[in-house]
Design a protein around this ligand. Structure first.
Ligand SMILES: [Zn+2]
Length: 389
């Protein structure tokens, strides 16, 4: 029989292994077809296709990624040398997201539970981490050729309008806050904030203040009830414009009868309690006792207080925690101020609201007047520890 060249089946036709070999090849082809079919079925039905990024929120120095109908348990960042940095994403706490503190500069490709992650063409978001050892990390998250990448690079200096931390001296101007005789909370808050700014600058950080004098933030001469934190130059607007990763709002407390004593530390209901715990412990060491008398107590003078109207929504009672980092409830007003457009804004500065003592309690006031610098220093040291500086 003439051999027909180019036909594989006839090429092996003369071999004594003819029959078994044909059978084996047919079996392999069949198996491959079945496996390909199964893979395709899984690809289209069980979500093996690349997942598209729908939102990226940066809270403090922590980033969280959101996808439509997909919540990965882990996100892997693979460096060009093959090293993989894995971040568990099971925590709901906003300060438990991905952070670059322990990662070297370079390009990383992202995947979630082994699936390819991608972003819309042209998508890019960027920012900076805290100043560490005189340098900052610039990060850029972007989509390219069907993949999602993160690029980290060290920069010598932050841009002019970007800060590490912003300190808020509560009240000011017509709004004195709590009082004891002629002594005003707003004055003590300013004194504490200016000293706090000095200490953070000594630690190498770039510091902004919401106010550095006795005036209403954003609305000169307005009374407390009239002050709108969303307007241009208002507290919320000022915090976002600073680009700061962290915010500390300084206050002194007051109670109805002047019979309460001790410190309170408020952190966002959307964060875990670590930063507040460190601050509370530092204050106890500095000689101030915890006040555990109020709504929202977690433990040892550390509080998480929900809005009275709807405790189920999980938003913070204090606007400075809620609107500047946790859950912005008035983004339209912020948009008007040129800030953000998302309805739910799980992004911004991670914040603490500090109540150092009760100004209307004479013993607390006396302790504050003698030891206020030690208490401010204790809060600064706790923050530096929390920020791993
Ligand atoms: Zn206050």
């Amino acid at each position: 029989m003439p051999r027909r060249k180019g036909n594989f089946w006839f090429a092996i036709g003369d071999s004594p292994w003819n029959k078994p070999l044909r059978l084996a090849l047919a079996a392999v082809l069949l198996l491959a077809a079945v496996l390909a079919g199964l893979w395709l079925r899984q690809y289209f039905s069980a979500g093996l296709q690349p997942q598209s990024l729908t939102a990226c929120y940066v809270h403090g120095e922590h980033m969280r990624l959101y996808f439509r109908d997909f919540a990965p348990e882990n996100i892997d960042l693979q460096a060009q040398d093959g090293t993989v940095y894995r971040f568990a994403t099971d925590s709901r706490a906003l300060n438990e997201g991905m952070t670059w503190i322990d990662m070297p500069d370079g390009l990383y490709r992202l995947s979630g539970d082994s699936l390819t992650l991608k972003a819309a063409p042209g998508y890019a978001q960027e920012g900076y981490s805290l100043t560490r050892r005189g340098c900052n990390r610039h990060w850029r998250l972007y989509g390219s050729r069907g993949d999602l990448f993160l690029f980290l690079s060290t920069v010598e200096e932050l841009p002019e309008d970007v800060y590490d931390v912003i300190i808020d001296a509560g009240h000011g101007g017509e709004d004195s806050g709590a009082v004891n005789g002629s002594l005003r909370e707003s004055d003590f808050n300013l004194q504490a904030s200016l000293y706090m700014a000095e200490l953070f600058r000594q630690a190498g950080l770039k510091v902004a203040l919401t106010r550095d004098g006795d005036y209403s933030v954003g609305q000169e001469g307005a009374s407390a009830g009239q002050v709108d934190p969303y307007i241009a130059g208002g507290r919320v607007d000022t915090v976002y414009n600073s680009g700061a990763k962290y915010l500390i709002s300084n206050h002194l407390n007051a109670s109805s009868y002047g019979n309460c004593r001790g410190y309170q530390v408020y952190s966002s209901v959307r964060c875990d309690n670590r930063w507040a715990e460190l601050t509370a412990a530092a204050w106890r060491k500095a000689g101030m006792a915890a006040n555990d008398d109020f709504t929202g107590l977690v433990e040892n003078g550390a509080y998480k207080r929900y809005t009275r109207e709807d405790p189920q929504t999980g938003s913070d009672y204090y606007y400075i925690l809620r609107e500047c980092g946790g859950l912005a409830t008035s983004p339209r007003r912020m948009l008007a101020a040129g800030t953000r457009e998302e309805r739910e804004l799980f992004a911004g500065a991670e914040a603490l609201l500090l109540e150092y003592c009760f100004i209307d309690n004479d013993q607390d006031l006396a302790f504050w007047q003698e030891h206020w610098q030690a208490l401010v220093k204790a809060a600064v040291d706790a923050a530096l520890e929390y920020w791993q500086l």
